[in-house]
Write a protein that binds this ligand. Structure first.
Ligand SMILES: [Zn+2]
Length: 104
């Protein structure tokens, strides 16, 4: 997706979601500076149905997510992932997010 298109989508989605991320419900930051875009709370475009699964770039398939959530989702479907982020399935979150812990 071209950067100019991406930026326009981000603004539209930002307004639609009132600045909140689609998964963790916290606020994203909007910035075009490269350094800011590396922050975990940077706004990124998320494909609800992943492109790997045939999801399109149509706005209906897009949502604003923070970089951290976007990168953490992996192959989960977005609804499951949202439930995980909302803490609805704690056991599963622990096993997926952290794996076995050495000292606890
Ligand atoms: Zn997030």
């Amino acid at each position: 997706m071209k950067t100019s298109v991406k930026r326009r989508y981000i603004l539209v989605l930002f307004a639609k979601q009132e600045g909140r991320r689609c998964y963790c419900d916290r606020h994203v930051i909007l910035s075009y500076r490269w350094r800011d875009q590396q922050r975990p709370d940077a706004a990124t475009i998320e494909h609800l149905q992943r492109r790997a699964d045939g999801g399109s770039d149509h706005p209906d398939n897009l949502a604003l997510a923070c970089k951290e959530c976007n990168e953490g989702r992996q192959e989960l479907d977005w609804l499951t992932y949202r439930s995980l982020k909302g803490g609805e399935i704690h056991e599963y979150v622990r096993s997926v997010d952290q794996g076995p812990r050495a000292a606890e």
